[in-house]
Design a protein around this ligand. Structure first.
Ligand code: PMV
Ligand code: MG
Length: 333
């Protein structure tokens, strides 16, 4: 049986723990950003895939631009032992580029496309996919494609909430992937941890977009060698403290944790905190809030926590004056 369906996935931003999270066993906190990509999937005479990123459509025969989507479909077929020659074909349409005027927001669109494609196929073939399986199949696909990210993005995007994420050993999973079936690798314990966080914070979460696109992979190449054991240990301590500060509404602790990590990132490499990100942070600090660059830095977004609507409004206006756009806010006040 098949069923026509429309599904969505959002984006993510790092709250704490970026860069360190590239090492196995490290911890991070990420915020889910509900700016959506949409997939429509329906019965069709042949397999057809369309993305508004490229504007044309392709079949299942490999096309470089559609590699991520096609590889995700392959993962799904392999895992559920489906043969593309005998199963009902579909037309999969993906829209929502997570960008404005041709500039990406930097909220994890490639991870989001992977999760989105799996969700669409699961709906179409009426297969129940747990959030955990969604995460593992997405990570499996990205690892196969040579993506060497921490997979924090898909941990958050597959769970659709603030998450605490502890990373796994990607080389170990890759070695399993190379020598055993997809079912065996997926069935193994990868030793990651994902827990949803329900913040009990009397605050307002703000995501500010600098409108300057950055490429995470290039940033990682520049920064990676500067990551020290001390940085890793200190990061894990701050993430643990942040997790409890968010749950207990300890605003002073949260401020000091986020601002310590903001400093650690700016000391890690001079290219992480760009001038617009520095302004985003300064404006927040000047208005009783706390802020930092988010993710790889070098552009993209920063995040802030404000603690009153008036501070929030002031920050929003001042950000605007510096060409920083308020991309998303979530208030618990
Ligand atoms: O800038 P983003 O959102 O792509 O985040 C990158 C975060 C890193 O820790 C630097 C890399 C990763 O994959 O976790
Ligand atoms: Mg980025």
């Amino acid at each position: 049986m098949t069923k026509n369906a429309t599904v969505h996935t959002g984006g993510k931003l790092y709250v704490l723990g970026e860069y360190a999270i590239l090492y196995p066993g490290q911890k991070a906190i990420l915020a889910y950003i509900p700016i959506y990509m949409t997939a429509k999937i329906s019965q069709h005479s042949t397999f057809k895939i369309y993305s508004d990123m490229y504007g044309d459509s392709v079949s299942l025969s490999s096309d470089k631009r559609y590699r991520l989507i096609q590889e995700t479909i392959q993962t799904f077929f392999d895992f559920f032992e489906m043969d593309s020659h005998t199963i009902p074909p579909f037309f999969l349409q993906i829209t929502g580029k997570m960008e404005k005027n041709g500039k990406k927001f930097g909220i994890g669109s490639s991870g989001s496309v992977t999760v989105l494609t799996l969700k669409a196929l699961a709906s179409f073939y009426e297969i129940e996919l747990s959030k955990d399986l969604l995460f593992k199949l997405s990570a499996y696909t990205l690892l196969k494609l040579g993506d060497n990210g921490s997979m924090g993005d898909i941990a958050c995007i597959s769970h659709e909430q603030f998450v605490f994420y502890q990373s796994f050993d990607r080389n170990k999973v890759k070695s399993w992937q190379n020598k055993e079936s997809i079912q065996e690798t997926i069935a193994r314990d990868w030793h990651y941890k994902i827990s949803v966080i329900e913040p009990h914070l009397k605050g307002i979460f703000m995501a500010g977009w600098t409108k300057v696109p950055a490429i995470s992979k290039e940033m990682i190449n520049q920064v990676y060698a500067n990551i020290t054991e001390e940085f890793l240990v200190n990061t894990n301590n701050l993430v643990d403290k942040c997790f409890s500060a968010m749950k207990t509404n300890n605003q002073e602790a949260l401020k000091s944790i986020i601002s310590s990590f903001a400093d650690m990132l700016s000391q890690l490499h001079p290219n992480i905190v760009t001038q617009p990100l520095r302004r985003l942070i300064e404006i927040s600090n000047d208005n009783h809030a706390v802020a930092k660059s988010s993710g790889a830095g070098g552009g993209d977004c920063g995040i802030a926590f404000a603690f009153s609507p008036s501070d929030f409004n002031e920050i929003k206006i001042k950000w605007q004056q510096e060409e920083i756009e308020l991309l998303y806010t979530e208030s618990w006040i």
